[in-house]
Design a protein around this ligand. Structure first.
Ligand code: 5GP
Length: 335
């Protein structure tokens, strides 16, 4: 396919995004360059773009197979290219950590390589000029970084659902998935989708037995040849190994159901009247709701979510007059 300078939508450090001939799709070209320390270290590395496109394509497909919505549409015409649905990106980096490496050791003094009791999720503002600072929930609200349809608890849940699949995928290949960075966006309907890339540039991956580094730390820390390392990783990813996600696990959820805004249900009205009758006349608004605690078996947290959304919509709430919120978590940590 021919391209022109004018069809370039964005050019970043690692990728060029071009408009596709299909209106809502883009073509993402993975560049042959590596950068680290916010662009301070830079190298042209022929062949890196192809490897990153291939590895990202595989991991996006793995997530899609497990019903995680992503931007991925297809492999591109060239080996260093993928076709994505065009998303409106959320300007946050979502980092999931199973083991302590990198900045979390510097910031919090964790011993390198130690396993966390539960996977940790951290948020960083995408802002090169400010060196992508860590950001709190209230600062995310203050800056209005999230689209109206997306809550931070959904972002965290989706990051943990993705982590569960990556941990199982790499564990089956003798690789520890220590940490990774995700970027999300929303489609035209406001649905949360995983975007960006899923290459070893964004992960820390270590051989379980030898601790061999299989990610961009080989470039950051001058440990080994990047192309050889990424080729080794790709070969191990391509090995037809069964994913350890065929055993049902127990998940715990809470479903909160409440009346839609501006609908005062009879229970709320009765409680408000009682409060006024016993002298609490300062209360001028009250909304009663229901909370359900649910223990559910599923092979993945995403499969549990799909079942719970149906249960909440069809059974626990009345969709005409009520809204619900879902909280869902693992009953144990990642081993
Ligand atoms: P750390 O916070 O330890 O530097 O990074 C945690 C994880 O997120 C690592 O796997 C790292 O590769 C990834 N990560 C964090 N920030 C960036 C970034 O700006 N670009 C890329 N490619 N990966 C990042």
């Amino acid at each position: 396919m021919t391209t022109t300078a004018s069809d370039v939508l964005i050019e970043g450090k690692a990728k060029i995004v071009r408009q596709d001939t299909t209106a809502h799709q883009v073509r993402v070209i993975f560049k042959d360059c590596a950068t680290a320390f916010n662009g301070e270290k830079f190298s042209e590395i022929p062949g890196k773009g192809e490897l990153n496109a291939k590895i990202s394509g595989m991991l996006f497909q793995l997530l899609e197979e497990h019903h995680i919505p992503t931007c991925f549409v297809a492999l591109g015409e060239s080996a260093n290219e993928l076709v994505y649905n065009n998303l409106t990106m959320i300007p946050l980096e979502v980092v999931v950590r199973n083991h302590a490496y990198g900045s979390v050791c510097k910031r919090f003094g964790f011993e390198q390589g130690m396993a966390f009791k539960q996977p940790l999720v951290e948020y960083f503002l995408k802002n090169d000029a400010a060196n992508d600072p860590q950001i709190t929930e209230s600062m995310i609200q203050e800056r209005g970084s999230l689209p109206a349809s997306i809550s931070l608890s959904l972002l965290e849940r989706r990051a943990l659902q993705i982590n569960e699949i990556f941990v199982a995928f790499f564990e089956a290949r003798g690789i520890r998935c220590a940490d990774f960075k995700l970027e999300f966006g929303v489609d035209a309907q406001g649905v949360l989708m995983l975007g960006d890339e899923l290459s070893p540039d964004n992960f820390r991956l270590r051989d379980v037995k030898t601790a061999q580094v299989l990610d961009k730390d080989v470039f950051r820390l001058d440990l080994a040849d990047l192309i050889e390392t990424y080729q080794t990783l790709l070969k191990r990813m391509e090995a037809p190994t069964k994913l350890a996600l065929d055993q049902p696990r127990t998940y715990w959820a809470q479903v909160f159901v409440k009346s839609r805004k501006n609908i005062l249900n009879p229970e709320s009205k009765a409680i408000l009247t009682s409060l006024h009758n016993v002298g609490f006349t300062s209360v001028n608004g009250l909304q009663a709701g229901k909370r359900f605690e649910v223990q559910i078996e599923a092979n993945t947290m995403m499969a549990a979510e799909r079942q719970l959304l149906k249960i909440a919509e069809d059974v626990l709430s009345n969709p005409v007059i009520e809204d619900f919120e879902l909280e869902l978590g693992l009953s144990g940590g990642v081993s």
